[in-house]
Design a binder for this molecule. Structure first.
Ligand SMILES: *Cc1c(COP(=O)(O)O)cnc(C)c1O
Length: 392
């Protein structure tokens, strides 16, 4: 009997449906230009919003940390894996976010897996935007709470669904701050108001918002001036911060609790001193200056204001995440391949990441991009768009 035969079948099915993921290999650092599978291309794919992934200040901080602390944490944080650097990063993140306290995790994914099951369990209800990130969905499943999905960015639907669950022991509303495939922003003020009316706990995952939204990139809570009214903020250190790791920001009571109850914190080692030192440098730069955040928004406006008049549909984006709507998944793949051949790296995204028939090229803008390079990329989009019949 071939016990693992199903794997071959599953992979074949994915391949036939055109859904098999094929990973491109990057040689060298992340930046505006990268070498992919041996070819130098203009990078419109990464979450490196501010160019921190190869920043000299972050790199030298990481190198110094290796000299002082070595390379491995050698234990989970609750046993012997917390260094003075980890504490310093948490203090600075709390300062940056304007909250009492922060606690770091190995990734944003882990932060969601840690916090949701710590806050809700059997007898509780989670209200989750239907387009929330996979790590939120998995955190909800792990919690064993009842999961109620509400319409995407639809406070009316949330209000309706929450009013039907009044018997719950605890209620938790979770939303992405910025939705990673659309680039739209959660209606957080309305969500917070509903939560306050119903006594629900609020949680926002600001992975694509920090370093991007609000004053100097302080995130969605700062953008809407909701300080003190959102109970749990989730962050990642792998996007605008350019490194790796995740965190939860909120009250000291919350972070104290997660030290006791956050399972990825308790049972898995932390990121290394080098990672932490690089993150501290990133936060220091953001606290000192909003130059990079401003540059990111200038590049975003420049690209989007040039693409729309050409005839491209950019969906509902309000952020540097720019979906260039194509429709058919095969055409989107073709478009991406043609861009790549012409030196522009932008991924096609299709089902199941987005709904059927809503395939797109997702362009991620960065402060690291130059205007000249963006102009050349737009020219290529236009040429290929015409040749594939996307543009009239
Ligand atoms: C990217 C992302 C994560 C995962 O962050 P990692 O640090 O890469 O694990 C979590 N939530 C949202 C909304 C994201 O966009």
């Amino acid at each position: 009997m071939n016990k693992l035969g199903f794997i071959t079948e599953e992979l074949e099915k994915l391949k036939e449906a055109g859904l098999l993921i094929n990973i491109r290999t990057i040689e060298g650092p992340q930046g505006a230009w990268i070498t992919v599978d041996g070819k130098k291309v203009f990078n419109l794919c990464s979450n490196n919003y501010l160019g921190f992934a190869n920043d000299p200040q972050l790199k030298s901080s990481a190198q110094k940390a290796i000299e002082t602390y070595g390379v491995g944490p050698a234990a989970v944080r609750t046993i012997a894996g917390t260094t003075t650097l980890h504490k310093e990063l948490e203090r600075k993140l709390a300062l940056f976010k304007g909250v009492e306290s922060a606690i770091t995790f190995q990734s944003g994914f882990c932060a969601n897996l840690a916090v949701i099951p710590a806050i809700v369990g059997e007898g509780d209800v989670v209200f989750s935007d239907e387009l929330n990130h996979a790590s939120i969905i998995d955190g909800c499943r792990l919690s064993k709470a009842k999961i109620v999905r509400y319409g995407h960015c639809n406070p009316k639907d949330l209000q309706l669904k929450i009013s039907e669950e009044k018997d719950a022991r605890r209620m938790l509303i979770i939303t992405d701050g910025v939705f990673s495939m659309e680039g739209d922003i959660a209606p957080l003020p309305e969500i917070v108001e509903i939560a306050e009316n119903f006594g629900a706990i609020t949680m926002v995952d600001d992975a694509h918002g920090e370093g991007v939204l609000g004053r100097g990139g302080r995130g969605i809570v700062d953008l809407f001036k909701l300080h003190g009214r959102v109970d749990i903020e989730v962050g990642t250190l792998s996007k605008a911060f350019g490194v790796v790791g995740g965190y939860i920001a909120g009250s000291k009571r919350l972070t104290d609790y997660l030290v006791q109850k956050g399972r990825p914190f308790l049972f898995s080692s932390a990121v290394t001193a080098a990672d932490v030192a690089a993150c501290i440098a990133a936060v220091d730069i953001l606290i000192a200056s909003d130059t990079l955040v401003k540059q990111l928004w200038q590049n975003t406006a420049f690209f989007q204001e040039k693409m729309r008049p050409i005839g491209f549909n950019l969906g509902q984006t309000k952020t540097p995440i720019t979906p260039v709507m194509i429709g058919d998944a095969k055409v989107a793949k073709d478009f991406s391949q043609k861009l790549f051949e012409e030196g522009v790296f932008a991924q096609a995204i299709g089902y199941p990441t987005v709904s059927m028939g809503k395939a797109r090229i997702r362009v991620m803008l960065s402060a690291a991009h130059s205007k000249d390079d963006l102009i050349r990329a737009i020219e290529r989009f236009e040429r290929i768009g015409k040749s594939l019949g996307i543009l009239k």
